[in-house]
Design a binder for this molecule. Structure first.
Ligand code: NAD
Length: 483
């Protein structure tokens, strides 16, 4: 029988006020319940903020290397539980077990990385105009922070928010997506085993609107870090505007890959397929537009269609699976509606875009990866985030046009170029509107020790991961000290 997780509040696993639960289903076997979680009420979220507020002063006063030591212990515990955590991730989110192990490894790496970053919590000493004055700055925590996370990286995103938040001395209330809360629950168990003091980290599950908005509207919450859709991100910004608290939003993308006329086409095809279709395109950094110069266009189209048709679709628990299931039926319907819209808008569907319902596929949410050619700038399918295995190919005449098409969009998360021409690569990396720029690598690859985030409507401007995350989770105080 599937395990039922409580909320984790003030160091204790506990049921929600109403006692109701909801199920976390396996997208590859849609009737299989992976685990049960609390359908919390507003009162549960408020109790989590009570606990985080109570713990805030003690945690902020603890020496940073001691706080860091909890993260080191957590990285060791998660390393011990790596295989189990990866399997749980595949079963709740669907992605291939190899990718799930990679994600859990990233979580372990993030905990390890931040456990060594306490030296990064330094300030400046500044020569004063006064003979007797010692003038310096230090980084103070924000206080209680609410971390709201999506379903598509259910292990790594909770960790990449929590680890720097805790290191900086904040206490945390985490609310994961109801579509995949198990990985965050395992992370909570890991933190509990590492011995975090009660109330420092709290975990509450339940409806996004109810729990999310309760946290956001609580005046004791001084920072919110949200990753998810642009619509919800903007609503959080509007709701919190009056309180002027720190808000970090990382949202969607519609990421282009430019294929130049000098590109190695086989490599460009591989990088585009990996970027567009791995994890069923459920990545904010997934490639969704291939912008291809005329000379490369026909060869690229022929080869990418052939490669895509050979991809193996199936349960992510099979290590040979390349295209995993879609997270749920709502998302699958939404993607298929976009495929229908692409046809209506006049793009040519070259392959895929069909629901799979027979044999082993009948048990899960499966579709064939779709490629459109003849996509035109400005079509809705070219502008809106689909968040599934759908790629549109746009033919352009030169680099200037390619960059103009790549940038003519409200999003600005990731962008890539395939070229052997250094000048083109430099020109693209200077003029691209994206926050993450790839030259000869898939748009969907990031490293934990470097800043992560987008431009334009993909972000509210802060960066996650790397040392940059410390700037979000701390505030500078300037001390004028006279004897
Ligand atoms: P979502 O916006 O539906 O939900 C994200 C989180 O917000 C969930 O925990 C949800 O319960 C919660 N939520 C929902 N309504 C809320 C409200 N009114 N107030 C507060 N919280 C609320 O997004 P999703 O479907 O879980 O994730 C997919 C989206 O996330 C895509 O747009 C994708 O591009 C984006 N994403 C971005 C990044 C990035 O770093 N830029 C990474 C991963 C995913």
């Amino acid at each position: 029988m599937a395990k039922t997780y409580g909320n984790f509040i003030n160091g204790e696993w506990q049921p929600s006020a109403c006692g109701k639960t909801f199920a976390d289903f396996n997208p590859a076997h849609k009737h299989e319940v992976v685990a049960e979680f609390q359908e919390s009420e507003a009162a549960d979220a408020t109790r989590a903020v009570d606990a985080a507020s109570k713990a805030a002063d003690g945690w902020a006063r603890m020496a940073a290397p001691k706080r860091a030591d909890f993260l080191r212990k957590a990285s060791e515990i998660l390393r011990r539980r790596r295989d189990e955590a990866a399997e749980a991730l595949t079963r709740e989110e669907g992605k291939n077990i190899g990718e799930a192990r990679g994600e859990v490894d990233r979580s372990i790496g993030l905990l390890h990385f931040y456990s060594g970053q306490y030296t990064g919590l330094s300030g400046e000493t500044i020569p004063s105009f006064m003979d007797t004055r010692f003038l310096y700055t230090y980084r103070a925590p924000l206080g209680v922070v609410a971390l709201i996370t999506p379903w598509n990286f259910p292990s790594a995103i909770p960790v990449w928010k929590s680890a720097p938040a805790l290191l900086c001395g904040n206490t945390v209330v985490m609310k994961p997506s109801s579509l995949a809360p198990l990985s965050a629950a395992i992370f909570t168990e890991v933190l509990a085993e590492a011995g975090l003091p009660p109330g420092v980290f709290n975990f509450v599950t339940g409806g996004g609107r109810l729990i999310g908005e309760t946290l956001i509207n609580d005046s004791r919450v001084r920072g919110i870090s949200f990753t998810g859709s642009r619509e919800v991100g903007k609503s959080i910004m509007r709701t919190t505007a009056d309180r002027l608290i720190r808000v970090g939003l990382e949202m969607g993308g519609k990421n282009p890959m430019i294929v130049m006329d000098d590109a190695n086409i086989d490599r460009a095809v591989e990088d585009t397929v990996v970027g567009a279709f791995w994890a069923a395109g459920h990545k904010c950094t997934a490639t969704s537009r291939a912008i291809v110069l005329e000379k490369s266009h026909d060869e690229f189209v022929e080869k990418i269609v052939k490669r895509t048709q050979a991809l193996r679709i199936g349960d992510g628990m099979d290590p040979k699976t390349e295209i995993c299931p879609i997270i749920d039926d709502n998302q699958l319907n939404k993607i298929l509606e976009y495929v229908a819209l692409g046809k209506k808008e006049g793009a040519t569907l070259l392959t895929g875009g069909e629901r799979l319902t027979s044999g082993a596929y009948a048990d899960g949410h499966y579709m064939t990866p779709a490629i459109f050619s003849g996509m035109k700038p400005g079509m809705r399918t070219e502008q809106e985030e689909i968040f599934g295995p759908v790629l549109g190919i746009i033919k352009v005449k030169d680099l200037d046009e390619a960059i103009a098409v790549a940038n003519k969009i409200d999003f600005g998360l990731a962008a890539g170029i395939c070229t052997g021409n250094l000048k083109a690569a430099m020109e693209f990396s200077r003029r691209s509107d994206a926050g993450l720029i790839h030259v000869n690598s898939p748009t969907a690859g990031v490293e934990l020790q470097s800043p992560f985030g987008g431009c334009k409507e993909s972000t509210s401007g802060y960066r996650e991961m790397g040392k940059a995350a410390l700037d979000f989770y701390s505030q500078t105080k300037t001390v004028y000290m006279d004897a």
